[in-house]
Design a protein around this ligand. Sequence first.
Ligand code: UTP
Length: 275
Amino acid sequence: MINKCLFPAAGYGTRFLPATKATPKEMLPILTKPLIQYGVEEAVEAGITTMAIVSGRGKRAIEDHFDISYELEHQIRGGSKEALLSEIRSLIEKCTFSYTRQIEMKGLGHAILTGETLIGNEPFAVILADDLCHNSGEGVLHQMKDVYEKYQCSVVAIEEVPMNETQKYGVIAGKLVDGTNDTYRVSDMVEKPDPKDAPSNLAIIGRYILTPDIFDILRNTKAGKGGEIQITDALLEQAKQGRVIAYKFKGKRFDCGSVDGFVEATNWFYDRIKS
Ligand code: UTP
């Protein structure tokens, strides 16, 4: 069973400066809802209600968002605007939120290791809130949970990207599992390869299910590409033992960590509510 979802949310979000100078990237809204709330909703749809957030300096707005604002609630009680808070209120009622801080931003792998104290010794989900996913049926994490239940090992979500974009992603090599057309047993993974060195165009996006031995591996993982501790390098250790599945998810994903992806998501969600 997957009971907890980790949200690494300590990154600086430099691509969104100056907006992210004093505002967490995860709080930037697509229409009226912050990115991290979409992520929490996806975890809830997958049956998870324990949220573990790795935050950092300047990220207190995330904690305030998942808490009651008495003054505001009092102000709008009984009025037409009260309904605007109903989704976030129901998340606060359903879920528990716990936090820890990453003191030095040493990369995604390091952020996940920082979350060990909130996760403990059990398999867990990871959502990078700046990758915004949408599917009209089961959500992406829900689909991945089903894959985990079948294979009982780490699962990464992948999508096909244009070959000239491989340097933005972790890229996998693997073989389709017999009888499937969307599930690969991973044999190799490379972080942000040049197209000429990429083993495929199957890129890892910001959704993972990880078995807890990843923490010991991360503790022994040296800084890799960009001087950061990379989750891809730690996952490669599991992949060498045949313990990583890559799953081509159903649905759409927007890279809201980039300005282009953020605008695309905004337009897509706006068109959706207007049509
Ligand atoms: P990104 O690579 O998007 O980095 O991190 P970033 O700092 O957020 O943004 P840019 O590139 O400077 O614009 C991917 C995810 O990993 C988290 C980020 O918060 C984001 O969810 N992260 C990254 C951490 O929590 N800690 C880190 O040290 C690095």
